[in-house]
Design a binder for this molecule. Structure first.
Ligand code: XMP
Length: 517
């Protein structure tokens, strides 16, 4: 994958740890660009990228297993600083001649670390007693020649090691997780003190580089952006506008009637205010509802919505025909999860609108493909998008249809939309929108008895779901303050006709998913 031009880069070699993405995020938070690359990347290929540093990630294997992933030995000859983390620490020890002890017993959780080389550039001024997060079985018993032990724990004799001359460092613990309080600073020190990074990967610099890249990619071609109302596609539209102006940019917005309250109006308003761009607005609300009539199965609903999108695009193909490029809001986690770091041909052409007609043959450009969600928000703010867009929560392409159990009818849609609006308003009012990944209302397919005034009711419950997450792969239910939950509950029951009960979903992902369908 080509890196953005003129950017200092750190490469993270992935040995399959669940925390590898977190390492990349922490590096980006230090304003250094990084990419995750597969374990078997040849050293020559790494050398061509001229990285400022290399990080060896953790991983579930044991270095002595016959099929354990190994870094190309050539990386240790490049004169580039290396930081090994957990499995990466063990692997570097093993590959450079240290002794690693295989073990069935795990050291897991918060662990006290004793620094024995207080002058070490990674640990200087931290004090000698620190708390770190451990999660490993095997351990390094003896560092390779040239290394000195810099920190120990009660059961790990080489909890950290350093070879300052070659600029090689290894840590057995996980600096990338929040449970290692000094971890982010340690990573920052590796990047700045050891690798000599400037740390100038900022949203402003990204915008200029990305605009330049878009101009180079599309030449004098026309670009189509399918906007969904979410922050990713709006940021793509704003970025392409910044790069080539409005004359050669067409945006299409299909209103499938399954959006959140006020969303369609906001997309149109933002467009007319911020960029004088041709927006093809397609009001397909009735059509989608008609197609969803009588359909209860979640998969069937998704399929119908995806297909209907394609039909709608086909019918508007003439208006879109002049475009040669499709710019879409693929993010870095999509690239990683689709295995694109391993096989660059298989990048997921995933986007919210459910697909374009196959005969349109558009060349895809993905200006946000290097970014994590929080970086997209920073870029969106840099581009002047309003706060409501910048902090808009992720929203599934099939929209409210997957938040209504059973058939989607206008009445049920209205109910869930009105409840959803209240949930979001209260989250904003409580100032929680930056902490909450997603918060919304779900309408399950049951009814229960209640009493309102003197009347017995037999009406619907609304389930409130609010989660915290870094990337939607895993999520935890948000510990919302009781007062916020109370206001949400009172308002929903008081303001949404047909609802007599409010429940709060306290399940994490896994085992549940974020959405209900
Ligand atoms: P789950 O429910 O699988 O969702 O935990 C993970 C994230 O993906 C979003 N999501 C979708 N996004 N099309 C999308 O564009 C979809 O069909 C879809 N289904 C779920 C969900 O909102 C969450 O952010």
């Amino acid at each position: 994958m080509p890196q953005p031009p003129d950017t200092e880069t750190v490469l993270v070699i992935d040995f399959g740890a669940q925390y590898t993405q977190l390492i990349a995020r922490r590096i980006r938070e230090c304003h250094v660009f990084c990419e995750i690359i597969p374990a078997d990347t040849p050293a020559e290929q790494i050398a061509r990228r001229q990285p400022k540093g290399i990080v060896l990630s953790g991983g579930p294997a044991s270095v002595y297993e016959p099929n354990a992933p190994r870094a190309d030995m050539g990386i240790y000859q490049l004169g580039i600083p290396v930081l090994g983390i957990c499995y990466g620490h063990q692997l570097m020890s093993y590959q450079l001649g240290g002794v690693v002890e295989p073990s069935e017993r795990r050291e897991y959780g918060r662990t006290e670390l004793t620094v024995i080389e207080p002058e070490d550039p990674l640990f200087a001024d931290f004090g000698t007693r620190l708390t770190c997060w451990m999660s490993h079985g095997d351990k390094v018993l003896q560092p390779p020649p040239g290394f000195q032990v810099t920190a120990v724990t009660e059961s790990t004799p080489v909890a950290a090691m350093a070879d300052p001359a070659r600029r090689f460092y290894g840590v057995q613990f996980h600096p990338e997780v929040h449970h290692t309080p000094f971890g982010k600073q340690l990573i920052d020190r590796f990047l700045k003190r050891v690798c000599g990074c400037r740390g100038d990967w900022t949203p402003g610099n990204f915008v200029e580089q990305a605009a330049e890249e878009i101009r180079r990619q599309v030449g004098d071609g026309h670009v189509l952006v399918a906007v969904s109302g979410g922050v990713d596609s709006m940021t793509v539209a704003a970025l392409v506008y910044r790069a080539i102006g409005g004359e050669r940019l067409t945006c299409v917005f299909v209103d499938h009637g399954l959006l959140r309250a006020g969303e369609a109006e906001q997309v149109r308003e933002t467009f007319s205010r911020l960029f004088p761009v041709h927006l093809v607005y397609v009001d397909a609300r009735e059509r989608f509802l008609e197609r969803l009539k009588g359909v209860e199965d979640p998969e069937q609903k998704r399929k119908i919505i995806g297909e209907t999108f394609i039909r709608v695009f086909e019918e508007h193909a003439d208006e879109l025909r002049g475009c040669e490029y499709l710019a879409q809001g693929t993010l870095y986690p999509d690239v990683i999860e689709s295995g694109a770091t391993k096989h660059s041909a298989t990048i997921k052409t995933h986007h919210n609108v459910g697909g374009l007609p196959p005969d349109m043959r558009l060349k895809v450009i993905e200006p946000l493909r290097y970014l994590f969600k929080d970086e997209v928000r920073a870029v969106a703010a840099e581009l002047g998008l309003p706060e409501e867009v910048v902090w808009r929560q992720p929203f599934p392409g099939p929209g409210l249809a997957v938040r209504i159990a059973g058939e989607v009818t206008p009445e049920r849609l209205e109910m869930v939309r009105a409840a959803d609006k209240i949930v979001l308003e209260e989250i904003w009012r409580a100032g929680l929108m930056r902490e909450i990944w997603q918060s919304f209302a779900v309408l399950p397919a049951v009814r229960s008895v209640g009493v309102m005034g003197d009347q017995r009711t037999y009406a619907h419950p609304i389930v409130v779901r609010a989660v915290v997450s870094e990337d939607a792969m895993t999520a935890d239910w948000a510990r919302l303050p009781y007062e916020v939950l109370e206001r949400i509950s009172n308002r929903i029951v008081g303001e949404v006709p047909g609802v007599n009960r409010v429940l709060y979903d306290i399940t994490s992902k896994p085992p549940a998913t974020i959405e209900w369908e």
